[in-house]
Design a protein around this ligand. Structure first.
Ligand code: GH3
Ligand code: MG
Length: 326
């Protein structure tokens, strides 16, 4: 598509060219060159635009002076600097869902030859362009569906399935390269009472705000997921064991100040259980169970704190980290 708009611009007097696609009640700039290059994804309402009219009437439209032509969307023309334009329909299986348009920053810029060139290109390429647009739309739809399947709707974080996949990858890296990592399992303290006191909607808003606050305290390269309810996990690359303790404290402290939700200020704390990757033969479930056990301990110790799952490997790792930093 990009080479078509660039080609048609260079073969005519155009200062810019664009392929627009019908999307609901808007025409969307899908491929742009020259003066309109910065406007990919720009949307203009179908009604009151020349491109919309071109789709509706399935015929070429030549606007000689955008300032005085009642068919154009004046605001959009000013934005992209179009004073004259020619728009042709692109046919795909007998239907018009997209257009090819050339624009100029001068009035009456286009010759009969320009118009013929544009029609010729549209005739030759219309079907192919339409097909490309459909393929692209399907690809984006598939990506959207895939994203939906692997992310939590409320917070937008990776869900349990994506977390398990990332944890399995982390375990492979650990087994192969001794690439150390830890899992932090966190659960909001007494979250049920928030739902009970303020209602489920406030509970939902709190979960979102909680996730956002935690996210600000970790690296983009860490996997931060919501497992279910008020349970969240982080897979972290670990430098030194002390780093993990510092980070756990940082998160616990970041959560303590109240969250403003509508007219309410809601205060919560969180408990954290930490497990280190220790055994190359560990499974995803082993690590999660260990972090969950540590979380249980943090809850039993009075909440609002973290606990680390002590295993032989973890102790060995602690020594290793100490000797590294010594
Ligand atoms: P604890 O300190 O032991 O963690 O106590 P808790 O009250 O937080 O207990 P627990 O973690 O077991 O309870 C989580 C509650 O979260 C239970 C459920 O009603 C609520 N919940 C689960 N999913 C959602 C959700 O999507 N939105 C809201 N608002 N509440 C949820
Ligand atoms: Mg809880």
């Amino acid at each position: 598509m990009q080479s078509v708009v660039e080609g048609v611009q260079s073969l005519t007097q155009a200062t810019g060219a664009v392929v627009e696609q019908l999307d609901g009640d808007a025409m969307v700039y899908k491929a742009c060159s020259g003066a309109v290059e910065p406007y990919v994804d720009f949307r203009i309402p179908v009604s009151g635009s020349v491109s919309g009219l071109c789709v509706e009437k399935s015929k070429l439209i030549y606007v000689q002076d955008a300032r005085t032509d009642a068919r154009v969307n004046k605001e959009a023309c000013e934005k992209v600097g179009a004073l004259s334009m020619v728009v042709v329909p692109l046919y795909r299986q007998g239907k018009v869902i997209s257009v090819l348009k050339i624009i100029s920053d001068k009035v009456e810029a286009f010759s009969v030859q320009d118009v013929q060139t544009l029609e010729l290109m549209a005739g030759l390429l219309g079907g192919t362009l339409g097909q490309q647009i459909e393929v692209e739309a399907r690809r984006l739809e598939a990506l959207g569906l895939q994203h939906q399947a692997l992310h939590d709707v409320l917070t937008g974080l990776p869900n349990r399935q994506l977390f398990a996949d990332r944890l399995a990858q982390a375990l492979h890296r650990y087994a192969r390269y001794e690439h150390f990592f830890a899992v932090m399992y966190m659960d909001i303290d007494h979250f049920k009472s928030i739902n009970d006191s303020y209602g489920h909607a406030v509970g939902d808003a709190l979960l979102k705000a909680f996730a956002e606050r935690v996210r600000k305290n970790i690296r983009a390269s860490d996997t931060f997921a919501r497992l279910c309810g008020d349970e969240f996990v982080i897979i972290l690359d670990v430098g030194a064991r002390e780093d993990i303790k510092k980070l756990a404290n940082k998160i616990i402290e970041a959560v303590r100040p109240g969250f403003t939700i509508g007219a309410q200020t809601v205060t919560v704390s969180t408990s954290i259980g930490i497990a280190f990757a220790c055994d190359p033969k560990s499974t995803v479930d082993d690590i999660v169970d260990q972090a969950d056990e540590a979380l249980y301990e943090a809850k039993n110790l009075g909440r609002d704190q973290f606990s680390i799952k002590m295993t032989e490997c973890e102790i060995a790792y602690g020594h290793r980290a100490q000797s590294k930093s010594a």
